[in-house]
Ligand binder design. Structure first.
Ligand code: NAI
Length: 285
């Protein structure tokens, strides 16, 4: 299937990044968020990344203008008919919220439109089942920050068709990224491995084994990780990390995935990481 127009639902750190890479690669992009402020911040983020790319000589000013012209912000999902060939959702990591979004999209979108979710860990098959188009539903899991990271984890639901999978592989390639196809199981591959490591790092702080800085230092200098696990957790968002641990815990029914109480407490305190200005570290920007 030829995809010309993309719609991105959710303009947070992932949604804005996804809109950016599609617009940069020549697609018409509509970006929607339920929160108008988030939409405004999403657009600002995209402009900032483009400006940095221009300053580094990686982008022409003219290319930036063209990409921005291809990007339209949508304030009211129901104001105009949806015309997108491909819709990708990147709202909060909550099953009920995602299901509600797709129930609505299924009513509003043309029948040919393919649906994708950027979920980090939720069951694709279960979300697809709320739509009448499970064969046109797939997991397309981008990594953070989207403009930089090469990987897209592709997750087929039970009913996902071969042609849907092929379209998403082609889109991934058109964005200059590489896909890895994995099975629909809690956390897929990326977060089944990454999140328990982050959770364990939080436990080492919680149990007083080492400070936040020292835990990160061990993993950077000792394991050659470019960023320590606690800093990475701040970048991902501690609310998202907690949601993923809860999904792993429930999905596998194994106590080894129990979210660290300190992680829960940080989220309750509103220390959501970089996006909130405060998590394990404090951010001024
Ligand atoms: P975020 O908190 O930055 O953004 C979520 C956005 O969704 C917010 O702007 C919010 O206003 C919007 N939203 C909430 N309910 C909505 C609704 N019903 N309709 C429209 N918009 C709605 O979260 P982030 O980090 O962008 O994560 C989004 C998704 O991407 C989650 O499913 C997450 O698991 C996944 N993801 C996150 C990664 C990360 O590193 N943060 C990496 C890969 C995937």
């Amino acid at each position: 299937m030829t995809v010309k127009e993309i719609m991105v639902i959710g303009a947070g750190q992932m949604g804005a990044g996804i809109a950016l890479v599609f617009a940069r690669s020549g697609y018409e992009v509509k970006l929607y968020d339920a929160d108008i402020e988030a939409l405004r911040r999403g657009k600002q983020y995209i402009e900032k990344v483009f400006e940095k790319d221009i300053a580094k000589g990686k982008m022409e000013a003219d290319t930036k203008e063209k990409a921005l012209n291809r990007l339209q912000l949508v304030v009211d999902l129901e104001a105009d008919p949806i015309t997108a060939d491909f819709i990708i959702e990147a709202v909060v990591e909550k099953l009920e919220v995602k299901k509600e979004v797709f129930r609505k999209l299924d009513e509003l979108a043309p029948t040919h439109t393919i649906f994708a979710t950027n979920t980090s860990s939720l069951p694709i098959t279960e979300i697809a089942a709320v739509t009448g188009r499970a064969e046109q539903f797939i997991g397309m899991h981008f990594m953070n920050p989207v403009p930089v990271m090469k990987l897209v984890e592709i997750i087929r639901g039970l009913e996902t068709s071969e042609s849907t999978c092929q379209t998403v592989q082609e889109l991934t390639e058109a964005l200059g990224k590489q896909d890895v196809e994995v099975k629909d199981f809690p956390g897929f591959v990326s977060n089944r491995i990454l999140m328990p490591m982050i959770n364990e790092a939080v436990y080492t702080v919680f149990e007083g084994i080492a400070s936040i800085e020292d835990v990160d230092q061990v993993m950077k200098l000792g394991m050659n990780h470019p960023m320590g696990p606690l800093q990475l957790a701040d970048f991902i968002g501690l609310d998202t990390c907690l949601s993923i641990m809860e999904i792993l815990h429930e999905g596998f029914g194994d106590s080894k995935y129990r979210p660290c109480p300190l992680l829960r407490q940080y989220v309750q305190a509103g220390r959501l990481g970089k996006k909130a200005g405060r998590g394990f570290y404090t951010y001024s920007d």
